[in-house]
Design a protein around this ligand. Structure first.
Ligand code: NAD
Length: 288
């Protein structure tokens, strides 16, 4: 976010140097400089974005990136401490951010979160359904609790948040929803609950895109591959090695790379894209 203050300094310096009446006008210089500043073009200027699970990993990277692009950011997370730390960091850098404690499995908490965002920021333009969990086990050994927990957070949570976000988005006749699936929808040993939940998110995305289109709300889905976050850090060294062998680009992705795609789908550049699932996986889902 440093770019904004740096940019203002640059504009002031240039204004003094060339004088305010000389072409090109300052607003033109401003837009040129902003577009040159590490890619921060303020593509989400004054948009209100809610990111679930934004207190860690990919969600935190999305929150930072959106704030750097001018969005007012709400971070909903069951881990309030994590959400507050990211919100504080954004505020220190000159942005506006709000942390909200929420368990996305609980309808009343989800609708309270949406109300709080609208009360604080006046609207809701973008919902990033990112909160997610794993509880890995082979099918034969998996408990009902492990199954329910993962399905409830990953799939039901996405449903509840998308349902609650509809009210303000429909009123505005504008909205962007980006859901989170995973490359493991193709199947992965030991993740029957997780891959089923993420495959469900894809079905949800496509149906919701149909239902919400008339309100000018787009619904898309990102399916990340192996991304360096606290979630993937739980992998054993052996699993990590096997995973890397299956990635044509031979490395794990970064949360920032996932945030770049979120930014595109949340921006006006993606106005005509809806119901799509984009794999962001270094090619891991290709081939046999
Ligand atoms: N890291 C990867 O390799 C990878 C790959 C594919 C998909 N994903 C998906 O990306 C998303 C983000 O994953 P990550 O790697 O950043 O994980 P992470 O564990 O770093 O972050 C997940 C966040 O979700 C929050 N959360 C968990 N349960 C919640 C609940 N009930 N209510 C609200 N918040 C809750 C956690 O507190 C945490 O802040 C998840 O949906 C995950 O399934 C991750």
């Amino acid at each position: 976010m440093a770019p904004v203050s740096y940019t203002m300094t640059m504009i002031n310096a240039r204004e003094k140097f060339i004088g305010p009446l000389i072409f090109p006008p300052i607003y033109a210089i401003e837009s040129i400089i902003l577009s040159e500043e590490g890619g921060y073009k303020m593509r989400l200027k004054d948009k209100v974005a809610l990111i679930t699970g934004g207190g860690s990993g990919i969600g935190a990277a999305v929150a930072r990136r959106f704030a750097a692009e001018g969005a007012l950011v709400a971070i909903g997370d069951v881990n309030l401490q994590g959400a507050e730390a990211i919100a504080l960091e954004i505020r220190k850098n000159g942005g506006r951010a709000l942390a909200i404690k929420v368990d996305v499995r609980v309808k009343v908490e989800v609708s309270g979160m949406i109300d709080e965002v609208v009360k604080e920021f006046g609207r809701l333009d973008i919902l990033i359904n990112n909160a997610g969990v794993t509880r890995d086990n082979l099918c034969a050994r998996m408990s009902e609790e492990e199954w329910d927990f993962v399905l409830d957070v990953n799939l039901k949570g996405t449903f509840l948040c998308s349902q609650a976000a509809y009210r303000p988005m429909r009123k505005q006749k504008h909205g962007r929803i980006v859901n989170t699936a995973s490359v493991v929808v193709r199947g992965n040993m030991g993740q029957i609950n997780y891959s089923s939940s993420k495959a469900g998110v894809i079905g949800l995305t496509r149906t919701l895109a149909l239902e919400y289109a008339r309100s000018n709300i787009t619904v898309n889905c990102i399916a990340p591959g192996f991304i360096e976050t606290p979630m993937s850090a739980a992998m054993t060294e052996k699993t990590r090695e096997l995973a890397l062998e299956r990635i044509p680009l031979s490395r794990m992705g970064t949360p920032e790379e996932v945030a770049d795609l979120h930014l595109f789908l949340a921006s006006d550049e993606a106005n005509y894209i809806t119901g799509q699932v984009i794999f962001l996986d270094g090619g891991a889902s290709l081939g046999i």
